[in-house]
Design a protein around this ligand. Sequence first.
Ligand SMILES: Cc1ncc(COP(=O)(O)O)c(C=O)c1O
Length: 394
Amino acid sequence: MSQNKITLAKDTIDNSDIDHLIEWLKTYPRLTKGEMTIRFEEEWSKWIGCKYSVFVNSGSSANLLMLYAAFELYQLRNKKVAVPALGWATDLSPIMQLGLEPILIDCNLENLAVDVKHLEEIFIQEKPSVLILVSVLGLSPHMKEIVDLCKLHNVILLEDNCESQGSKYNGVKLGNFGLMSSFSTYYGHTMSTIEGGMITTNDKAVYEILKQLRSHGWDRDLDQARQNELRSQWGIDDFSALYTFYVPGFNLRSTDLQAYLGLRQLQKVDSMIENRNKNFHLFKRYLSSLWFPEEVENSYTSSFCIPILAKNKSNKIKLAKRLFENQIECRPLICGSMGTQPFYIKKYGRKELPNAKIIDEQGLYIPNHHLLSGQEIEFMCSCISNEFSERIIA
Ligand SMILES: Cc1ncc(COP(=O)(O)O)c(C=O)c1O
C-alpha cells in the first residue's frame, strides 16, 4: 500500500512562481489583457515554432473560437464537421452550439486518435468541410496521412492539442499542422496559467480574425495597417472605431495575470515535458505484457496520463476500485465515446463505433505528471496485474 495518494496532477505553479507573482503585483501592473499577454503570445509562438498565437481563457474557448473563425473566414461548402468519437466534450459542443453538423470518427487502438481508414471513408461519403483532430493523452496521431487526406479532400484541419503540449511528429511540435491548433493551460495540463488556452496559426488572416472574435468583434488588437483598411472600407473615424464591431464576436480573453504566470511556466516547460516522456517509457517497460499505446513512428510523446485497457467493463470498475483503494487516482479514458454521451444522444440518437466502444467500456487512465517518482510508477504498475488488463492487440 502506498503511503501518499498518487494524484492525477501536481501543480506546475510552484512557490517561487507565486513569490514572483506577488512581487510583480506589488508594482501595481495593469491586469486585464495587455502587454504581458502579447509577450506571452510571442514567447509561445517561438516555443511552438509558429508565427502567431492568441491567448484565451480556456482550451474549450480555444476550440470554440477556432471553429467559429474557420466558418467566419471562409465560404465553406457545407456545415459538416468531422470530430473524433474519442475526444473531449468541448470538441463536440461548439459544433452543436454553432448549428453545425458533427460526424463522429472512430478511434484507432494504437495511438487513440482517429482511425485513418474510417476518416477516409467519411471524407469520401460525407465531404465534411472541417476536421477537428484530437491528440489523445499526448500521443501524436498519424499526422502525415491525416494532413495528406485533408489536402486531397479539401478539408480544413483544426488540431486540438489540449492534452499534448510539446508532443512532436517528425521533429515538429504539434500545433503546426492544422490551419489552427488549440491548447489548454488549465491546472493539470502540461503547464498551467490556472485557467487558460492558446490558439496557434501560421496564417495572418486567421490570426486577425481570431483577435477580433476574441474581443467583441472590434479592431483594437489589429495592427495599424489592418485597422486603417477596415476603417476606410466602412467609413469609420478613429473615435467611432472604439465601438465599431466588424464581426459577431465573443469575449474569450484571458488576463495579464495569467499571461505573467504563463511566461514563467514556459521557462520550465521543457524539463516538465522531458519528465513526462521519461515516465511514459518507464510505464511502457513495466506494462510490457499488457496493452500499451503505440507511438507513431518519428513521434515524441509529451505524455498527459497513461491509458489502460481492462478486459471488460466490470473488470474496469474492479480495477478502478483497486486503484482507489491503493490511493491512486484514475479517470475514465476521457469521454470514452462521444456518441454515447447524453448530450449527443439527446440530439442525434445513440451512435456506437467499434473501437470507441472498446475504449468506452474498457478504458481508464492513471496519473503521469512531471513530479511522479520511479517508485510511484512501479507501485502503480504492480497494482495493474494481468488479472485486470490484457493485451487486446496482437
Ligand atoms: C482534448 C481536450 N480538449 C479540450 C479540453 C478543454 O480544455 P479546458 O479545460 O482548458 O477548457 C480538454 C480538457 O481537458 C481536453 O482534454
